[in-house]
Structure formats: C-alpha cells, structure tokens
Ligand binder design. Structure first.
Ligand SMILES: [Fe+2]
Length: 172
C-alpha cells in the first residue's frame, strides 16, 4: 500500500465523488484513508479546520476537535462522510420533531470509524478523553457555497451558518 498523503486523499476523494455510486465509493475510500492517516506523519496544522479542496462535487477537510469546547448544533445541507483517525469524538445528535427540539442520542466515533450524516441531520461535537481528536471529512458538494444552519442549544431556533455565529455559539 502506498503512503497516505493528503494530496492523494483529495485526488481519490474527487474520483470517488464522481463514481457511479458516490456515497459507496466515498465510504470505501474513507475506511482506507483513516487507517492510512493513523500511520502517516501528517502536518500539525495551526488551525483546527483545514479546507483541503472544494469544487461543485466534493469538499475535503482535515478536522481537529478540542476537548474543552463543543461545536454548536449544525447541519451540513449535503451528505457528509465524517471519519476519525486519531482520538475519539462525541457527537450529540439533535432533532426538531414538529417544532419540538430534543436530543436524538449520542454517537461516539473511535479512531478508524466513520459515520454518514444526511443533509438535514444535526449534530454538536467535541473530542473525548481530554485530548484533541483528528478526522477527515468528505462532503458530497460545495460545503462553503450552500446555505447551512446553526441551531440554538436550548430552543432549536435556526440561524444561518456564519463564522461569527458559529464562534459565539460554541460551548466551553
Ligand atoms: Fe459537522
């Protein structure tokens, strides 16, 4: 097996996104990539969220979540294949059923595991165990170009996704 690199991962993600079954191809790629990334000597990025590539068909991000902050409930507005290659992350799932805002359960992803989020799935997320978690995310569309939402922690009221709203709604 060839050495995992982020450049090769992006190239493979672009191919997977244009496969006859993009979701299946992307999940297959992600499973191999998580194993490869765990063994690779990847750069220690300064920022927690790094956009590696985006076009109309696919967005590829390197993600680092922190244990001392919880990213606020949000959707992705497209299919999201989210994987963890180091550490452990806790996803709290949220639902808005007929205007009733409630928690929908907890999903913990260990290193090597991935999960597919549907476009309207809502989650908040943080690293577990007191150390950062590291992940690879593939979205089947142009993530920065679509209208996404943040949701009030208590009421579920939605607001448009923006950097400012995202930062102000983080919990520590
Ligand atoms: Fe997310």
């Amino acid at each position: 097996m060839t050495q995992f690199t982020l450049d090769a991962f992006v190239a493979d993600a672009r191919i997977a996104a244009s496969a006859p079954d993009p979701l299946q191809a992307t999940c297959t790629l992600m499973q191999a990539a998580l194993a490869g990334a765990a063994q690779a000597d990847l750069p220690d990025f300064e920022d927690d969220e790094i956009l590696l590539f985006e076009d109309e068909t696919v967005s590829v991000w390197h993600e680092r979540f922190q244990p001392h902050e919880i990213l606020p409930p949000h959707d992705h507005a497209m299919i999201a294949v989210l994987g963890v290659y180091r550490g452990r992350e806790r996803n709290d799932l949220w639902r808005n059923d007929g205007g009733v805002w409630q928690r929908g359960g907890t999903l913990t992803l260990e290193a090597g595991q991935q999960h597919v989020f549907a476009p309207h799935d809502i989650h908040s997320v943080q690293a577990e165990d007191g150390v950062p978690s590291y992940g690879l995310h593939i979205y089947l569309g142009a993530l920065t170009k679509v209208d996404r939402h943040l949701f009030d922690w208590d009421t579920g009221a939605s607001v448009p996704m923006s950097e400012a709203a995202f930062m102000s709604m983080k919990r520590t």
